[in-house]
Design a binder for this molecule. Structure first.
Ligand SMILES: [Zn+2]
Length: 106
């Protein structure tokens, strides 16, 4: 089964609204997105034994939950640029879908 792709990505208020090619709509809170940033710095890196080395918790700075812009990456992901300058997070479509379903069940 092909992974759905976003047919539209739009910021509405404090949410990123993604309309998918299969018709599903996800409303992803910006703060939730930032807290789930998938980059190695935010998530910690796994060593060869599978241990995760988390970066020390760092308080989010001004603008951490403000979306500056985003861009599609290689047809499989969206890179999000936050207003505090952090832009390492590449959110794959699959990951965004997973975040979307978690938000709905929560
Ligand atoms: Zn990050």
């Amino acid at each position: 089964m092909a992974i759905p792709i976003p047919s539209s990505v739009q910021q509405i208020g404090r949410e990123l609204v993604i309309v998918w090619s299969d018709g599903k709509e996800d409303y992803l809170g910006l703060e939730m997105l930032r807290r789930n940033c998938p980059c190695a710095y935010c998530k910690g890196e796994q060593d060869l034994l599978g241990n995760v080395h988390r970066a020390p918790a760092r308080p989010y700075g001004l603008g951490a939950f403000l979306l500056q812009t985003w861009q599609k990456v290689g047809g499989y992901a969206i890179q999000i640029f936050w207003a505090d300058g952090h832009s390492d997070g590449i959110y794959s479509f699959e990951y965004l879908r997973r975040l979307g379903s978690q938000t709905q069940t929560a």
